[in-house]
Ligand binder design. Structure first.
Ligand code: UP6
Length: 248
């Protein structure tokens, strides 16, 4: 791919959820996805209310929430509507299509009924992605952690699958990807280089200028900060400036 960035408003993204992400980003001048990896409904609701107007999407791991309930889902949806952000379940599905369909539509979480977008690994092949419609799919093509098995060969095959699937509008990766896919990059932290469990961090500046990412995903940098609202604003400002700088 060329090293030149296509501005968000000129991206040729067809999927409605992808278009929505772009519209929200431009309205808020934000390319921040907050990863809300907290384990109680109360913490999650407080975080969503506090930072909701600074983010494009709130990324969730519903299966870490000790007191997950339908009241929580209803409240999250209300906050998301009020504060204009998407609900992004980071389930990282990685099974055959039939099983993924059951995991997506049935069980405790019934994601199909309430999330705007979900992550899935392309490991089981192209057809395994056919069960999520009309929810937007974010394909995990490369992981941020040390020693991940997602080498160049895997990444190119995974991108190929992502580009062929109509429901995939974005990918998670640590490198530039073809322009018809939105790029979401986790492993972003202003203060830290990594953790003791393999996570590796880059700065907002690096992911926007070198990987030409479209959206950064920030977890502990925000929800573990002394003041998560101030931290979210700091990441929003740094992220948007790094994006604007990378346009010229
Ligand atoms: N995530 C990664 N790396 C990947 C894919 N997903 O870190 O390659 C997710 C994690 C976590 C968040 O599951 O929810 O992004 C990163 O959190 P952190 O900023 O606290 O490290």
């Amino acid at each position: 791919p060329s090293r030149k960035r296509t501005p968000l408003q000129d991206k040729e993204v067809q999927h409605p959820v992808g278009k929505n992400m772009i519209d929200i980003a431009l309205r808020k001048k934000s390319n921040l996805i907050a990863s809300a990896d907290v384990v109680s409904s109360l913490e999650l609701i407080n975080l969503a209310k506090g930072i909701g107007d600074k983010i494009v999407a709130l990324k969730l791991h519903s299966d870490i929430i000790t007191d997950f309930s339908w009241d929580l889902v209803t409240e999250l949806r209300t906050i998301a509507r009020e504060k204009d952000f998407l609900l992004f379940e980071d389930r990282k599905f990685a099974d055959i299509g039939n099983t993924q369909e059951l995991q997506f539509k049935q069980g405790v979480y019934r994601f199909a009924d309430w999330v705007d977008m979900v992550t899935a690994h392309p490991i089981a092949g192209e057809k395994s992605f056919d069960v999520f419609e009309p929810t937007g799919v974010v394909a995990i093509v490369e992981m941020s952690s040390a020693g991940a098995l997602t080498d160049d060969y895997y990444v190119s095959k995974a991108l190929n699958i992502a580009q062929k699937s109509a429901d995939v509008f974005a990918v998670v990766a640590q490198r530039q990807v073809p322009d018809d896919l939105l790029l979401l990059t986790p492993g972003v932290n202003i203060d830290k280089k990594g953790d003791s469990k393999g996570q590796q961090y880059n700065t907002p500046k690096k992911v926007f200028s070198e990987y030409l990412t479209d959206f950064m995903i920030v977890g502990r940098g925000i929800y573990k900060a002394n003041d998560p609202v101030a931290a979210a604003e700091e990441y929003r400002q740094q992220g948007w400036k790094a994006y604007e700088d990378s346009l010229s």
